[in-house]
Design a protein around this ligand. Structure first.
Ligand code: FES
Length: 185
């Protein structure tokens, strides 16, 4: 099956990287072409089987598209010689893979009990207010932000820890939220 056939039969479409919060149904464009394909091929040389490269292959998809669509799962299955059902099982198991479009900045706030006791809920409220998302898991109207609560980020001594994409912020208080957001483009 060619990538074009994958899209024709399975893909609900994807949004380009800069517009991922506004995905529309359109013809699926394969991820693994050009530099991304070369990156995958290089990756495959480091693993004993194609299946073993599944997690990093999915990371490439998420980096390129911002999320992992059904069409992308089918494409990954094709290039790694797996079934789409197997790939979907892995994607849905790990919460760090986005199964729908999210904002350009994905904000994760730890609200597990130790951080909750130190004001994490206030931090969440401040992010929802200052990003304009208003609700957890909802993307802001400008497509810039999605805010979620997460379980322990492993920094309980630095409540409240926050991840903005790959960037880690420790000891965040509600007062610091505006400052953190103002440093984002
Ligand atoms: S409980 Fe928040 S980082 Fe551990």
């Amino acid at each position: 099956m060619t990538p074009a056939e994958i899209g024709a039969t399975h893909a609900p479409g994807h949004a380009p990287h800069g517009d991922r919060a506004h995905a529309h149904a359109e013809e699926y464009q394969p991820v693994f072409t050009g530099a991304a394909r070369a990156e995958l091929d290089a990756l495959l040389t480091r693993y004993p089987t194609r299946m073993a490269a599944l997690l990093p292959a999915l990371w490439i998809v998420q980096r390129e598209r911002g999320w992992v669509s059904e069409g992308a799962m089918t494409e990954v299955a094709h290039v790694l010689e797996l079934t789409p059902a197997y790939v979907k099982g892995v994607v849905t198991f790990y919460t760090m893979y986005h199964q729908h479009p999210v904002g350009r900045y994905f904000v994760q706030v730890c609200t597990t009990s130790p951080c909750g006791a130190c004001g994490a809920e206030d931090v969440v409220r401040a992010f929802l207010e200052h990003t304009g998302t208003r609700e957890l898991g909802v993307t802001s109207p400008d497509g810039k932000f999605t805010v979620i609560e997460v379980e322990c980020l492993g920094a309980c001594g630095f409540a409240t820890p926050v991840m903005v994409n790959d960037e880690f912020h420790e000891s965040v208080t509600a007062d610091r939220v505006q400052d953190i957001l103002s440093k984002l483009e």
